[in-house]
Design a protein around this ligand. Structure first.
Ligand SMILES: Nc1nc2c(c(=O)[nH]1)N[C@H]1C(S)=C(S)[C@@H](COP(=O)(O)O)O[C@H]1N2
Ligand SMILES: [Mo]
Length: 269
């Protein structure tokens, strides 16, 4: 169910609406969630293979000149595995007018406000070596993508929301030479390490997976993950880590907060 705002809402009205929605939306029982996830895991794995085949097929079509545009985006790594990794299918997008501010949900790793000017993000290689330390301008330097998509939470609610950010794939490509082979996983952690998720590389490199700095056209606020969070409409909300402190490329499947607590690790949609 999505929220459509016709008249502007006050902060108090919004808080009341979110509280009412939260009370009204039943949490998906873990057993049912697992059953759903198994299904989506199967379609996820099969889907990834099919998408890859489909992608190769697209590449071999006569209109090839138009297709790789998506993949070329600022880089000329056409032959590289970095850009031929499965782009998968894409989640639906919606008209901007259908979107509105999303509630705050999940505060792990957000206990205290942070000084946004002092924030930086570490990027690490599989061997633990520091690849780089980034400020927000390093992320906003890439092409800005705005997408209006459905955010789905495993608690059983969803919300149509507009995110703005840079494709993770664009950001990651700067490390192609240093990393060589595309690692299998990406780990993301809050600066305090209290919340952490891990993602398969195909999902990270999907063009709808954004290093996100805007929500509804405005900079993220603290509880929505300022200054930088992940967003992707192809995974449940648990994977959209708010307040990124560390990004680590790795070949061993990294720890995952909700995965450790019994939820399906893939969490695909
Ligand atoms: N740091 C952090 N990120 C998080 C969470 C969290 O508890 N801590 N919860 C996740 C969950 S379950 C959801 S549904 C979304 C909610 O994002 P929102 O608060 O912007 O609506 O954030 C995700 N990212
Ligand atoms: Mo969630």
């Amino acid at each position: 169910m999505s929220d459509r705002r016709s008249t502007p809402e006050t902060e108090a009205e919004r808080a009341a609406r979110f509280a009412a929605e939260e009370a009204a939306t039943p949490t998906i029982p873990v057993t049912e969630y697992r059953a759903r996830s198994r299904r989506s895991f199967l379609t996820g794995a099969a889907g990834a293979a099919a998408a890859f085949v489909g992608f190769r097929h697209l590449q071999s079509r006569p209109e090839i000149d138009n297709i790789p545009d998506l993949l070329r985006k600022g880089h000329e790594f056409n032959e590289s595995v970095w850009t031929t990794v499965s782009q998968g299918r894409s989640a639906p997008t919606f008209d901007r007018s259908a979107s509105s501010l999303i509630r705050v949900n999940g505060r792990h790793g957000l206990r205290d406000e942070i000084d946004l000017d002092a924030w930086s993000m570490r990027v690490e290689a599989p061997d633990g070596a520091l690849l780089g330390t980034h400020v927000l301008a390093d992320v906003t330097a890439f092409e800005k993508v705005e997408m209006t998509v459905e955010h789905k939470c495993i608690e059983g609610w969803s919300h149509i929301v507009t995110w703005g950010g840079s494709r993770f794939s664009d950001f990651a490509a700067q490390y192609e030479e240093q990393l060589g082979e595309l690692p299998k996983y990406v780990a993301l952690e809050t600066p305090d390490g209290a919340y952490y998720v891990s993602m398969d590389i195909e999902s990270m490199m999907h063009p709808q997976t954004l290093l996100t700095y805007e929500l509804e056209g405005a900079p993220l606020d603290q509880l929505h993950g300022a200054p930088l969070r992940l967003s992707t409409p192809n995974k449940y909300g648990i994977k959209t880590l708010k307040r990124i402190g560390v990004i680590r490329f790795t070949n061993e499947r990294p720890a995952d907060y909700w995965g450790e607590r019994g939820y399906d690790w893939y969490a695909g949609l």
